[in-house]
Ligand binder design. Structure first.
Ligand SMILES: [Cu+2]
Length: 136
């Protein structure tokens, strides 16, 4: 049992070190796995430290990129935002690539879903369910 505790402590220490050494995505809008009823007006990314953005893409479920005038950032910053065009209902994926303060290249992705007025009538023939009953 003692041996296990030491191993767990070392593993926990290693985890916290590796987390603090790297910058990560702290917050975004839309949030990860968000279910929206209206097209989001902005895409924002907030990182845990200053980063330079190498690439950000927004793609729909057909893997078509949505153009939101992304340009790689020359200056390091921790918060970025872009105005979005009006999006049709569907599933979306945001992919990002950053260069962190320590020079490490990192990437990540998150999804969100946009429900339109007709999205549920296509998916569910029965009367629209309330948002609380969503389980996808
Ligand atoms: Cu739904």
């Amino acid at each position: 049992m003692k041996k296990f505790n030491i191993a767990a402590t070392i593993f926990g220490l290693f985890l916290s070190l590796s987390v603090s050494a790297h910058t990560s995505l702290k917050q975004s809008t839309p949030a990860q796995d968000a279910m929206l009823m209206q097209s989001p007006e902005q895409l924002t990314l907030t990182f845990s430290g200053d980063v330079r953005l190498a690439k950000v893409t927004l793609k729909d479920s057909a893997n078509q990129a949505v153009d939101f005038d992304f340009k790689p950032s020359a200056a390091a910053n921790s918060h970025f935002s872009w105005d979005l065009p009006s999006l049709p209902a569907g599933k979306y994926k945001v992919d990002w690539v950053i260069l962190g303060g320590d020079g490490h290249k990192m990437s990540g992705a998150f999804n969100f879903m946009l429900h339109g007025s007709d999205a549920h009538s296509k998916m569910m023939p029965e009367p629209a369910k309330s948002q609380k009953n969503h389980n996808h």
